[in-house]
Design a protein around this ligand. Structure first.
Ligand code: 2BA
Length: 109
């Protein structure tokens, strides 16, 4: 079994959850915050059999869109002292950041 972890933009979550559930994939949704933008995003956990991983990623790819975001306010320092960042800066976020990891054991008790 594999665990697909997908960091997605909040705007895409409802459609994505709907499409995953329609295909009978179980998903868990966690509120998360991006380390760079310090803004809310959503992390989904989807546990699936190995042969279904590509299908799950296809659904994620279909739904999650790239968007441009303009960062106008300097983010709090993160150890980059002395680095000049000219604001505003444009960043392209998403579609989704996906990790696939092995699951050693899966039980519902
Ligand atoms: P954030 O960390 O808030 O990053 C939002 C977007 O800012 C990123 O989009 C990227 O385009 C840009 N960005 C991130 N770090 C940067 C940096 N040091 N310099 C310049 N631009 C930077 P995505 O790459 O699509 O990432 C979207 C969200 O996915 C991230 O939000 C973070 O929550 C998650 N993520 C991305 N890569 C990750 C990783 N390697 N591990 C864990 N989470 C990750």
């Amino acid at each position: 079994m594999k665990l697909v972890i997908a960091v997605v933009q909040d705007e895409d979550v409802n459609e994505l959850m709907g499409k995953l559930l329609k295909k009978r994939y179980s998903a868990t949704k966690l509120a998360s915050t991006g380390g760079f933008l310090r803004e809310g995003n959503t992390t989904l956990f989807v546990g699936v059999e190995e042969e279904k991983v590509d299908d799950v990623i296809t659904v994620i790819r279909d739904v999650c869109k790239s968007r441009n975001q303009t960062l106008t306010t300097p983010i709090p320092p993160t150890g980059s002292a002395g680095v000049f960042i000219p604001y505003p800066i444009d960043v392209t976020v998403g579609g989704a950041t996906v990790f696939v990891i092995d699951v050693d054991r899966f039980e519902k008790v």
